[in-house]
Design a protein around this ligand. Structure first.
Ligand SMILES: N[C@@H](CCC(=O)N[C@@H](CS)C(=O)NCC(=O)O)C(=O)O
Length: 215
């Protein structure tokens, strides 16, 4: 029985989990959710009423697992592969979780705020929220740029869960607020992530949906 993944190929948090699955060639049954479609959205909310994806369903263990980081932790525990995405060393593990939280909360979330604001109907925008998101993103870029001066991947030499989080977050953030010349190390990091076969595959699979991205 395959693991089932409820997701959308263009959604950044879903891409984070796809990277993790592809890193380990973990077999899964894809279930694409279209939140814009009433039936698809209603069916998905029967599985996870919060209505945010990705969500993993493991019928073998009768478990429903939401939240991208928790899904990756679950996979590392129950379906491990060649890539150790959550280090077993406790000290490295907390550093990985810290960087994972950083990319989710201070890059992915503000990036989404900027993108979703562009999708709002005229007159329903939230300029103050967007300004706050841009300020947060600017600070995050500065910190990432400092960190990546000496690192190959988010926590050092090994690719792990924090890099799964970093890849889509940085990819889309660079679209809405380009790194520019001031953040060469962050740009270099994104370049490496894009060369990584797991993320290159994710980007390729999301290509048909790029028209959805607001200019
Ligand atoms: N903390 C969640 C965030 C998930 C999330 O925000 N997913 C977005 C797609 S990238 C979503 O479901 N958006 C639809 C909505 O908010 O209605 C995670 O890490 O999985």
């Amino acid at each position: 029985m395959y693991l089932k993944l409820y997701f959308h190929p263009f959604a950044s948090f879903c891409q984070k989990v796809l990277v993790a699955l592809y890193e380990n060639d973990t077999p899964f049954e894809p279930h694409i959710v279209d939140l814009a479609d009433e039936t698809s959205s209603a069916d998905f909310k029967k599985i996870w009423p919060i209505g945010k994806f990705p969500v993993l369903r493991d019928d073998t263990k009768d478990r429903t697992i939401p939240e991208s980081s928790i899904i990756i932790e679950y996979l590392a525990l129950h379906y491990p592969g060649k890539a150790q995405l959550v280090p077993t060393d406790a000290d490295l593990a907390w550093q990985t979780r810290l960087r994972d939280r950083f990319y989710d909360l201070y890059v992915n979330v503000p990036m989404q705020k900027i993108v979703t604001d562009r999708l709002r109907p005229a007159g329903q925008n939230h300029p103050h929220g967007v300004e706050q998101a841009m300020t947060l993103l600017r600070t995050a870029y500065r910190l990432i740029d400092q960190e990546m001066e000496t690192k190959i991947w988010a926590t050092g030499d090994a690719f792990n869960m924090a890099d799964c989080a970093a890849a889509p977050a940085l990819f889309y953030a660079n679209e809405v607020m380009p790194f520019g010349d001031a953040h060469e190390n962050a740009a270099g990091n994104l370049g490496r992530l894009m060369q990584r076969p797991s993320f290159a595959r994710v980007v390729e699979e999301a290509r048909p949906y790029r028209v959805l991205f607001p200019k």
